[in-house]
Every structure is written in structure tokens, then in C-alpha cells.
Design a protein around this ligand. Sequence first.
Ligand SMILES: O=C(O)CCC(=O)C(=O)O
Length: 261
Amino acid sequence: MHLSDAEFEQYQTDGYVVVEDALSAEMVETVRERLHEYTHGDREPETFQSQLEPAVERGEIEVDEQADAVRKFEGLGMVQNDDVFRDVMQNDRITAVAADLLGPNLKLLRSAAMFKPPQVGSEKGFHQDAAYYPIRPLDHVTVWIALDDATPENGCMQVVPGAHTDGLLGHEAVEYDTDIVIGERDYEPADAEPVPMEAGSALFTHCLVPHYTSPNDTDDWRRALIMSYMNARSRFTKSAADRPDWVDSVHVRGEEFPGCV
Ligand SMILES: O=C(O)CCC(=O)C(=O)O
């Protein structure tokens, strides 16, 4: 699977493109089952962290089971220690499109699972993914893979088309955890375009595209898996001592280069 010229142009102009059926229905079900084994079953995350919805964590919302209020899995080790997540990272259709956008030498920058549980799933404020990573060039690509049908009501991705050309904006911390949001500009939901997607579709976004997701007001899960890819020649902007320890830096395909992330 490769991008058509029109899709490539859309990515350049708008900063994002959706690829339908990137994961088969069978693979989507396999990923959902694996996530469920971690949240509700006996499988223990070896290295990555599981984070609860902030309002549940603060005791403002009560749930029957904490497993029903997991906000995300993040951290190193998702693909290193789990065969299902690794299969998604290596998925031919996804990596072919990532290579169309970034060239043949690819590394993984980040992996995460976003749960957005029914009724308690909270918003994720406007941000640019590039603001999290002291890595250059600013061209890495986030692949957000829908594991449920994603709609405006349950918190599908919402992007500001074309705004990746404005460069990296100033971000500020939010109260909860490590999240940051754009502080330099006042984006409103009306500035963004909802990107409804069917389960198995993948949204490829340029790392400078401002995006957000709204709370999940429905009774259904809105789960997604994130794989972010970078050109294997990418470098940290900071000195070795300041390098964050949460960048996956896993070889995906092609060559690797000394001194690079
Ligand atoms: O899945 C979501 O709700 C938002 C994910 C996102 O934008 C991110 O983790 O950068």
C-alpha cells in the first residue's frame, strides 16, 4: 500500500491523511484483546505505565472497576516486550505509508495506547506532538490507529488543517501528568476539523499539526493505538546528558546511522 499523489499532496497541504483499512478487522480484534488482557486480565505491563483518567484518580468520578477508567498506556517497552504491539509497528501497510512520507529508513519514536473510556474519557487539549520531542528534523509522523469507530461524539481526532506550516508553537504544562498544551495561540474546537474514522483506519499526522480530542460522551469505548515514526537520521537537539529516556528509538526498517536517535 502506498499513498496516491493526491493523498501525498493532502498530507503536504493539510498535514494529515487517513489510510482506510490499515489494520485488518482480525488484527484490530487481536489488539483490542491484548489491551483488555492488560487492563482487565492477568497480563502485567513489564515496563510501560498505565495511567487512569484524572477525575477518577482524584476521586471525583467513581467507577466500578479502575480497569474501566484507564486513560492510556505509555512509556518504553510496549513494542519491545509485546508481540502484538510489535506486529502493528512493523505492519506492512503502515510502514509503507510512513516510508512514503519519511523515506526508507525508519525508526519508532513513540508507542502508546489511548483508551478514552465510555463517559469518563476526558479531553486531550490542543498540542503539537513535536513539542514533546527534542528531535530534529521536525518531520516525524504520528500514526493514530482507530481500534473502535471514532466519531465526534466519542472523541475522534480533531486537527487544524494546514497549521503545521506555522512551525513549533509555545506549549505549557497542564495540571495533570506530563501533558502539555499550546499556550502561544488560542485554538478553539471550531478551528479544528473532526476526523471520523472506522476501526482499522490509520491517521497519519505531521508532528507540527495542532490537534485535540474531546471527552467521550457515549457509552462505547474509543480506543486507539499510536505509533510515531521518524527518519532514522533524526537527532536529538540536546546534549547526551539531557536526552529524554522515554523515546522508543526502535529500528523499524532500512538503515541505522551512528549518532542518531
Ligand atoms: O487519542 C487521543 O485522545 C489523543 C492522543 C494524542 O493526541 C496524543 O497522544 O498525542
